[in-house]
Design a protein around this ligand. Structure first.
Ligand code: 4NP
Length: 151
């Protein structure tokens, strides 16, 4: 799960998806990262921590990381929050196989609509909407892949 700073949107996506993976007894590895370096090593934004806790998810132990080129080799699927993240992720791709792993996260819930998850950094009221969008996308991700054979 990839956003810009890895402190607002993608830590929420990681926390939500990890909770659903546990609920569904799946053996998936999930991580999140940012395309920017500013917040490396920092915990999630306190507003993301609060909205996650409100929904029963603890994301306080996460620490921000920057996306690495080798992440595109290692992970099977890579989801961007918005078009800018999407372009930045693709700039690391070295093959068609890697490019095909990347999509906008909301295309899971609403295929082909290319909706973004809005950056809530400058909008205190935006975090609940981000949570709801990501919850929907993660539900769709579980439904789409839960019966896929593991690699
Ligand atoms: P995120 O939000 O990409 O969802 O983690 C942001 C966090 C920090 C900044 C921008 C967006 N920033 O400009 O520092």
């Amino acid at each position: 799960m990839v956003c810009l700073g890895n402190i607002c949107r993608s830590p929420l996506a990681e926390g939500i998806l990890k909770q659903k993976i546990t609920e569904h007894n799946l053996d998936w590895e999930v991580s999140s990262a940012g395309t920017g370096y500013w917040h490396i090593g920092n915990p999630p934004d306190e507003r993301s921590i609060a909205v996650a806790l409100k929904h029963g998810i603890d994301i306080q132990s996460q620490r921000a990381e920057k996306l690495k080129p080798k992440d595109l080799q290692y992970y099977d699927l890579i989801f961007a929050m918005d078009a800018s993240n999407y372009r930045n992720i693709l700039s690391y791709a070295t093959s068609e196989e890697e490019r095909e792993k990347v999509d906008l996260v909301m295309n899971l819930a609403d295929p082909g609509r290319n909706q973004k998850v809005p950056d809530p950094y400058y909008n205190d009221d935006g975090f609940e909407e981000v949570y709801q969008m990501l919850n929907r996308a993660c539900d769709a991700l579980i439904q789409k892949y839960k019966d896929a054979p593991s690699s």
